[in-house]
Design a protein around this ligand. Structure first.
Ligand code: SF4
Length: 313
């Protein structure tokens, strides 16, 4: 295997397959509620980006959602271990009491072994980080951090409403205040504004922090998004699978071998809503092709890091 996979990581933490069950917290985000913007991030279509499942559950209690979904997942995959996955919107964007109630409600389900909490780096007050640490001392907590890029030109182009420094600041405070919280960094490669070494830069920054994992996405242009609007106005370059593979290889070869990779690329959940790149519409083929390319090029996680001391520091 060219890289430390998510299934290997889950095996190490839980001793076997563990399924993430998407659940809606009912919260919104600052790029949708008007605090920063009302338009959303430029790439985000809550339906097209597969967060829709979470949205469907809004208005139903966390526990009711889990009680409805767990038997289905169990029947379909024969699963016994589950994590409640707060995927859509910004799941730390509330007051402390509200957040505690949401998280505790998921943990009341006996089959739930822990929490995966998706959020933005600019929505992590110290008090929220302390709450996450408190929970992480008694159960598994993974923070899925939407860093997306460590380059401000790209963050601006994506209309994220936060900077690279906000992500670094969040990583610094998580390192200091939440040593038991696992961190999974979400990144997008392929914006026309990316510098040639955006992938290498990202892995080198992540290596400096106690980050457990990373999840990679190619830039996808979905209908009903700001990027879709820009694309219809004037098409711009999106990465071919081969060009994206180059980014993935550069990222993996510069990534510390202890950091798992949850996903190499994303899939458009509603292919008819994906404008580009066309290969994003296929669920398994691009992932398999990427794995083939990694094999052929002898890509090895961490191989570009200079010395053994840099791997152990
Ligand atoms: S990507 Fe996240 S923060 Fe941005 S608009 Fe979508 S849900 Fe909100």
């Amino acid at each position: 295997m060219s890289y430390y996979s998510y299934s290997q990581y889950l095996q190490k933490i839980f001793g076997g397959k563990t399924y993430k069950v998407v659940v809606a917290s009912g919260l919104t985000c600052p790029t949708r509620d008007g605090s920063l913007s009302k338009a959303g991030c430029a790439f985000c279509d809550l339906r097209g980006s597969s967060s829709y499942f979470g949205k469907k559950g809004r208005g139903t209690s966390v526990q009711q959602q889990l009680q409805a979904r767990l038997p289905q997942v169990q029947a379909r995959f024969g699963a016994t271990r589950f994590l409640a996955y707060f995927q859509s919107y910004t799941n730390t964007y509330s007051d402390l009491d509200g957040l505690r109630q949401i998280y505790e409600s998921a943990l009341q389900e006996p089959q739930i072994q822990g929490l995966c909490i998706g959020t933005r780096p600019d929505c992590l007050a110290d008090s929220v980080i302390s709450l996450l640490e408190e929970l992480a001392q008694r159960t598994y907590v993974s923070l899925e951090l939407g860093i997306q890029s460590f380059e401000d030109t790209t963050l601006e182009w994506l209309a994220r409403g936060h900077t690279a420094q906000d992500s670094i600041h969040a990583l610094e405070r998580l390192k200091k205040l939440a040593p038991h919280v696992h961190i999974c960094a979400h990144l997008i490669f392929g914006s026309p504004t990316d510098s040639p070494h955006t992938a290498r830069k990202a892995s080198k920054i992540l290596n400096q922090y106690p980050v457990q994992g990373a999840k990679l996405h190619q830039l996808m242009i979905l209908k009903n998004t700001e990027l879709g609007r820009r694309w219809n106005e004037s098409q711009f370059h999106t990465l071919s699978l081969e060009e994206y593979a180059e980014q993935v290889i550069e990222f993996i070869e510069n990534l510390h071998p202890t950091i798992y990779l949850e996903r190499l690329c994303a899939t458009a959940s509603h292919s008819e809503e994906c404008l580009a790149p066309a290969w994003s519409c296929n669920r398994w083929k691009p992932h398999n092709q990427l794995r083939e390319i990694l094999k052929k090029t002898h890509c090895q996680q961490g191989s570009a890091l200079r010395s053994i001391s840099s791997l152990t520091s």
